[in-house]
Design a protein around this ligand. Structure first.
Ligand code: HEM
Length: 259
């Protein structure tokens, strides 16, 4: 697993990587395929599907008024799609230690974990991913809800995602600012208004908590780190994971199938 477009393959098989639990909910395959078709029309066999994904992510961030950054290109597409290779994907209910470990395994630091999770500044989640946090949270919390949810926020979440309700109902991940790329997501995490359990857990560890807080110090606007610039560099770093180059892999003609 890496930046090789393997998630895009759709052979209609139960073993396709895109069927992995952690990949449920990934959307926009059609948009990648349309960009690919246009590119193939103009310069066939030149731009890989994995590069298209990386550039589409950049453009999505810009469209949401976030920072622009230079995407490194030259990735080639993988020749394998295997659900097993997605076993190591971070899970929404992983605790902070597990999330950190999974990122470190891919060469990503605690800071990358915080900053890349802040991509949740845009988009929505299905209630499907909220069930454990709202109703079956493991003891010792008692009551089955994640105690890190602000009591002012809990009723709102429970009314959008009622127990045994429709798991396909969607809600913004960044409450109040789901369509704009900004640091509100980090502020929400600080105040118990994180929607995803994995985001909330970033404030339950000294190291990741400190990283979040570093964007909100009194003097941060002048001397602090820049959330936008840090996001851009973490995206470039993530875009180097498991990259195929040179004679490795291929340039697919259609992103959803092998040539
Ligand atoms: C820390 C590990 C992460 C976990 C556990 C996680 C989990 C999730 C979950 C459960 C959803 C909702 C999916 C759905 O219901 O459709 C989601 C959505 C999303 N995630 Fe993550 N995520 C993680 C890291 C990332 C990273 C690294 C990025 C990108 C840099 C990212 C970008 C997004 C975006 C943009 C959405 C919204 C998608 C939409 O609106 O359809 N996430 N994530």
């Amino acid at each position: 697993m890496g930046c090789d477009g393997s998630i895009l393959i759709d052979n209609g098989l139960e073993t396709d990587e895109r069927r992995a639990f952690g990949h449920q909910g990934v959307r926009g395959f059609d948009i990648i395929e349309r960009a690919k078709a246009e590119l193939e029309g103009v310069c066939p066999g030149t731009v890989s599907c994995s590069d298209i994904v990386a550039m589409a992510a950049r453009d999505a961030v810009v469209l949401a008024k976030g920072p622009s950054y230079e995407v490194e290109t030259g990735r080639r597409d993988g020749m394998v799609s295997n659900i097993r290779l997605a076993d190591n994907m971070p899970d929404v209910s992983d605790n902070i230690q597990k999330l950190k470990a999974k990122f470190i395994e891919k060469g990503l630091s605690d800071k990358d974990l915080v900053i890349l999770s802040a991509a949740h500044t845009i988009g929505t989640t299905a209630c499907f991913f909220m069930n454990q946090r709202l109703y079956t949270f493991p003891p010792p919390s008692g009551g089955g809800t994640d105690p890190s949810i602000n009591p002012m926020f809990l009723p709102e979440l429970q009314s959008t995602c009622p127990k045994n309700g429709d798991v396909n109902v969607r809600l913004p991940i960044d409450r109040g600012s789901a369509e704009t790329f900004d640091s509100q997501i980090l502020q929400n995490i600080r105040s118990g208004f994180a929607v995803l359990q994995s985001d909330a857990s970033l404030y339950q560890d000294e190291a990741t908590k400190r990283i979040i807080d570093s964007y909100f110090g009194l003097l941060s606007p002048f001397f602090g780190p820049s959330f936008e610039a840090d996001f851009a560099s973490s995206m470039v770093k993530m875009g180097r994971i498991g990259v195929l180059t040179g004679s490795q892999g291929t340039i697919r003609r259609v992103c959803a199938s092998f040539n």
